[in-house]
Design a protein. Structure first.
Length: 256
């Protein structure tokens, strides 16, 4: 694949397992001159970009991060120099990855943008659990949401719960108690809930519980590992896959 002059590729690296990269992603990496690497991406991805200069521009909630404005300026600088710039993001670039800000910045600078899609953590978590995020007998949709808004507030849990969709909640591991409290005002306490950390990776871990016991699940989490919270009736199938009761009396933890 050839990249046009003055173009940046926003590449979705998936949840961690490099085998989940698309063929298009592998081709873009092989042609890259400059690689701007997200902190949550498997570092082994650089082996797929043998000619690229690697710049690590990690961004992780609650940790020291590379400023977004600086990342944007780096992309602009190298793209205007004619380099093949690949901005590598964990998960799916268009989902909670600030891709909108980067696309807008680059377009204002007259730089083209190509997006290469990837697997988001919620899909990888569901695949690992062996369940579907939707189910004709339980729900007819899935909603992707962050656990907090830009100003530090919370989403409209009432409106989200009213849809009856499976909730895939990102960036919520540091506020499980408030998250569970907000959801419990609108959903039954025995609603299935699952936390999956490092989905698709060798050190993936899972906590299967219910909404009412979700705060207690925090004790089983691994500090510093990214994760996604899945809530909804469709997740009841996860207990059957794991050989557990459909509604566990207490949190059950499994690790792959």
């Amino acid at each position: 694949m050839s990249a046009a002059r003055h173009e940046v590729v926003l590449l979705s690296a998936g949840p961690g397992d490099l085998e989940l990269l698309t063929l298009k992603a592998v081709k873009a990496l092989a042609a890259a001159d400059v690689l701007l690497l997200d902190d949550l991406v498997d570092p082994g991805i650089v082996e797929l970009a043998p000619r690229a200069r690697v710049l690590r521009v990690g961004k992780r909630g609650g940790c020291r991060s590379t400023p977004q404005a600086f990342i944007c300026r780096l992309m602009r600088r190298y793209a205007l120099q004619g380099a093949r710039v690949v901005r590598v993001k964990g998960g799916e670039a268009l989902l909670f990855g600030r891709a909108g800000e980067e696309i807008g910045f680059l377009r204002e600078a007259g730089i083209g943008v190509q997006v290469i899609n990837g697997v988001s953590a919620a899909f990888a978590a569901a695949a690992s659990l062996g369940v579907s995020l939707t189910h004709r007998e339980h729900c007819h949709g899935v909603t992707f949401v962050t656990a907090h808004t830009r100003d530090g507030g919370e989403p409209d849990w009432r409106a989200l719960c009213a849809t009856g969709a499976t909730l895939a909640i990102y960036m919520g591991l540091h506020r499980l108690e408030s998250l569970a409290h907000g959801l419990s005002r609108h959903l039954p306490a025995n609603t299935p809930a699952v936390v999956v950390q490092a989905a698709s990776c060798a050190d993936e871990s899972r906590v299967l519980t219910t909404l009412g016991r979700l705060p207690a699940a925090a004790a089983a989490l691994r500090p510093g590992r990214p994760g996604v919270v899945l809530v909804g009736a469709a997740l009841a199938e996860a207990w059957a896959v794991q050989g557990l009761p459909a509604r566990p009396a207490r949190a059950a933890t499994t690790a792959s």
